[in-house]
Design a protein around this ligand. Structure first.
Ligand code: NDP
Length: 244
């Protein structure tokens, strides 16, 4: 099954940017999506300098309309929507008694609704051609719930439920579903944390673990995509070797 095009959300930094470059190296035409379009413009240039094909569109995943417009533009520009990497996410960890309601709601909006909006937007294109691959970024936080990760873990457990349900519904089609569950990766993700107690805990533990790099996760995404059509990699869990 030839998969030639991909939408990558959260492509303006970290895992999404590395995944976009990894897929472009495989001759997949990539549509880069995030809110910071200056960064997407730079990444498009970088991919083109490598010999790849990329376009970008400023998109907020919390808007179903913007996600629909993104899918339409991808189809109009590249002729198909073969792969969706539903990667955009936020992780403002906090203890629940800090009552950071706004941050809880943002995580629900981006980490859960954003993933749903992506599925909503791409499914008609994939079903029409009976081919595709939807890759949802979850986390080891869906497997191991720590104090301070309750809401974040809850959103990633929702990603697991949605992905598994979708996989079962699509089992008789050529549309595959994969969950990517990274452990700690060195990215900008922790910059959204405002809870001082969590930040101090991070500082105190920062020497204990050698985090993964975004490229390590990009290669896991590439592995799932590269499998023959009869193989659906349901989930890839990748931790740093010294993460417990
Ligand atoms: P980054 O902070 O580097 O990337 C997050 C991306 O999400 C950015 O490109 C950001 O772009 C985008 N984003 C956030 N909100 C929105 C929005 N409303 N609409 C569109 N895009 C949005 O972190 P990572 O690369 O680490 O995170 C990528 C994914 O990996 C997330 O789902 C995260 O939960 C998951 N993950 C990360 C781990 C880690 O240790 N780093 C571990 C486990 C999972 P912009 O701000 O430009 O919109």
């Amino acid at each position: 099954m030839e998969l030639n095009t991909a939408i990558i959300t959260g492509a303006s930094s970290g895992i999404g940017a590395a995944t976009a470059k990894e897929l472009a190296k495989k001759n997949i035409k990539v549509m880069l999506a995030a809110r910071r379009d200056e960064r997407l413009k730079e990444l498009k240039q970088e991919i083109e300098d490598m010999g790849g094909t990329a376009e970008y569109k400023a998109t907020d995943v919390t808007s179903a309309e913007e996600m629909e417009a993104l899918a339409k533009e991808t189809n109009d520009t590249f002729g198909s929507v073969d792969i969706l990497v539903n990667n955009a996410g936020l992780m403002p960890l906090s203890f629940m008694n800090k009552r950071k309601l706004d941050e809880w709601n943002k995580m629900v909006d981006v980490n859960i609704k954003g993933v749903l909006h992506g599925i909503y937007a791409v499914l008609p294109y994939m079903e029409e051609k009976n081919k595709g691959h939807i890759i949802n970024t979850s986390s080891v936080a869906a497997h191991k719930i720590m104090p301070g990760s309750a809401v974040y873990s809850g959103t990633k457990m929702a990603v697991h439920g949605i992905s598994e349900g979708l996989r079962g519904e699509l089992a008789n089609t050529n549309i595959r579903t994969t969950i990517i569950s990274p452990g700690m990766v060195a990215t900008e993700l922790t910059e959204t944390i405002t809870d001082e107690d969590i930040l101090n805990a991070f500082k105190n533990n920062s020497n204990d673990m050698q985090p993964l790099q975004s490229q390590d996760i990009a290669e896991a995404v590439g592995y799932a995509i590269d499998q023959p059509v009869h193989v659906d990699v349901n989930e890839v869990v990748v931790r740093p070797s010294n993460q417990s």
